[in-house]
Design a protein around this ligand. Structure first.
Ligand code: C2E
Ligand code: CA
Ligand code: CA
Length: 278
């Protein structure tokens, strides 16, 4: 009996060891990857529903792994968060997105905005406002063209600290939007007491259009957000009927596979012309 339990414990310990060492290898790899320049950004366009023009793009990080190939953020962001590597990685994303935006502005796409995702740890870090100011100054991007995407839970975890940070970011002049809206439990009226500009309706809700009560919920969120002077974007738009419904509801912008997947910067640049002239 005791021996059996001992064996079982041994197996468990071995597995645990394997997991720990895998994590450790991955962590070391992550650090090296940043130094070797293996991260890159793909961009997914945001489309104005009234005009059909591309008005912005969301920067989404990828890891071009020498052996495993292109890794999606789900594979490494959680570990980067856990280990604190998200701070230098997030800072790189911010600078790289601003650098790319500056290039596009200089090539004549003057009105284009860029959106960057912030992680919880990055947002709670005391130098975040300084880092953002630095990225803007270094690249010469005007603050109004940078949009920061944060989640409800990031704001609600420590509302008073978040309020202070958000107010300082608003003073700089960047745009603030709430990502994955509807997946948390915050009320829209409470959220409105924070200086945010835009809501991004979570793709779970868009997915339910036209089934179930998806359409009713999305409609209500859009009306309420507009009455509170908030702009609305829908993410995860995959079907034309969703576009029609969102148009009827007065949604401002859309983003999703129906229009375009996240793509490398040169491919997006080619789309500026085709989209914005038709
Ligand atoms: P997110 O911010 O909600 O980003 C949208 C995700 O939805 C992207 O996945 C995008 O490829 C995917 N998507 C876009 N359109 C559609 C659609 O029509 N249908 C479906 N099913 N999915 C769609 P991705 O690029 O794998 O990113 C996943 C998450 O990783 C992001 O979710 C974000 O939370 C995080 N992430 C990505 N880049 C960064 C970054 O630079 N920093 C931080 N902190 N997080 C990032
Ligand atoms: Ca996002
Ligand atoms: Ca989202």
């Amino acid at each position: 009996r005791a021996k059996e339990r001992g064996n079982r414990y041994q197996i468990y310990a071995n597995e645990l060891n394997a997991i720990v060492s895998e994590q450790w290898t991955m962590e070391r790899n992550l650090r090296g990857a940043l130094e070797r320049g293996e991260f890159l950004l793909h961009y997914q366009p945001k489309v104005d529903l009234q005009t059909g023009n591309i008005v912005g793009a969301e920067a989404l990080v990828r890891w071009e792994h020498p052996v495993l190939g292109m890794l999606s953020p789900a594979k490494f962001i959680p570990l980067a968060e856990e280990t604190g590597l998200i701070i230098p990685l997030g800072d790189w994303v911010l600078r790289e997105a601003c650098r790319q935006l500056k290039v596009w502005h200089e090539r004549g796409h003057h009105a284009l905005k860029i959106a960057v995702n912030l992680s919880t740890r990055q947002f709670q870090q005391k130098d975040i406002v300084k880092d953002i100011l630095h990225a803007l100054a270094e690249t010469g991007v005007e603050p109004a063209f940078l949009e920061l995407e944060l989640t409800e839970s990031m704001v609600m975890q420590a509302p008073e600290e978040a309020r202070e940070t958000l107010e300082r970011l608003k003073e700089i002049g960047v745009q603030l939007s709430i990502d994955d809206f509807g997946t948390g439990y915050s009320s829209l009226s409470y959220l409105r007491s924070f200086p945010v500009d835009k809501l991004k309706i979570a793709r779970e809700f868009i997915h339910d259009i036209p089934d179930r009560d998806g359409e009713k919920i999305v409609n209500a969120v859009i009306q309420l957000a507009h009455s509170l002077q908030l702009q609305v974007i829908a993410e995860g738009v995959e079907r034309q009927e969703q576009v029609e419904m969102l148009k009827r509801a007065g949604c401002d912008e859309v983003q999703g596979y129906l229009f375009c997947r996240p793509i490398p910067p040169h491919e997006l640049e080619a789309k500026f012309q085709t989209f914005n002239s038709s």
